[in-house]
Unconditional design. Structure first.
Ligand SMILES: [Ca+2]
Ligand SMILES: [Cu+2]
Length: 223
């Protein structure tokens, strides 16, 4: 139900964007600084069951279509695992207006954690890596040295202006997904055989700890 509500909200926002030539079509959206700059914000919600340690973060994302055709993406989050980089991506399905959604806690299944692969049927693959510098392709999905870091309080701020976002403009609703939980609170994404969560491997690669890739926050944005 929660996901359905969010999709409807995103679709309404998308309709308004499509009508941008009509002048007053932005009425009802917050934070739109001028008729030429379309700006939309969306909430990012916690994905994991509440008993997954360190998982109950919250956040928001803002997408601004600039007059020069560039796209500015802002992500803010609170309550993330502190002092660590957090992989972030635009997830979706490129193609004619394919609408995806966010997984909820029920997607966790028997192991009690929503892994990247548990979420994929909901949010699709990676369209863009929201890195702070350099390459933004799916190839940079786990380039942790180039993703924004949370501070000591678990607050994260990210903003980058993209010249081109392949796959975004022809997809429908795209999801912003923020990853990474330091389950055992040892300040690192690392295997810890003594911890019931930190001992697990990523669903993407058995050589990488689940801590580094596990999705934390998700929210839909409409193009
Ligand atoms: Ca850890
Ligand atoms: Cu992702």
């Amino acid at each position: 139900m929660r996901n359905t509500t969010r999709i409807i909200t995103a679709l309404v926002a998308g309709s308004a964007l499509a009508l941008s030539g009509a002048g007053a079509a932005f009425a009802g959206h917050d934070g739109n600084p001028s008729a030429k700059v379309a700006s939309y914000s969306y909430s990012l919600d916690a994905i994991q069951p509440t008993d997954v340690p360190g998982s109950q973060a919250e956040g928001s994302t803002r997408v601004k279509a600039l007059p020069n055709g560039k796209l500015q993406v802002t992500v803010e989050a609170w309550g993330l695992s502190p002092n660590l980089p957090h992989a972030m991506h635009l997830h979706g399905v490129p193609g004619p207006a394919t609408d995806m959604a966010c997984p909820g806690p029920a997607a966790a299944g028997a192991d009690g954690v929503v892994t990247v692969l548990d979420g994929a049927p909901f949010y699709g693959g990676i369209i863009t890596s929201l890195t702070s510098t350099g390459d933004v392709s799916p190839a940079s999905a786990l380039a942790l040295d180039r993703f924004a870091m949370s501070d000591a309080d678990g607050y994260l701020y990210y903003q980058r202006t993209f010249t081109d976002v392949p796959g975004y403009t022809d997809a429908g609703t795209v999801q912003v997904v923020v990853h990474g939980i330091d389950f055992d609170g040892n300040g690192a994404y690392a295997f810890n055989a003594d911890d019931p969560f930190s001992s697990r491997p990523s669903s993407l690669n058995a050589g990488i700890p689940l801590e580094a890739t596990v999705p934390v926050l998700c929210g839909g944005i409409a193009n």
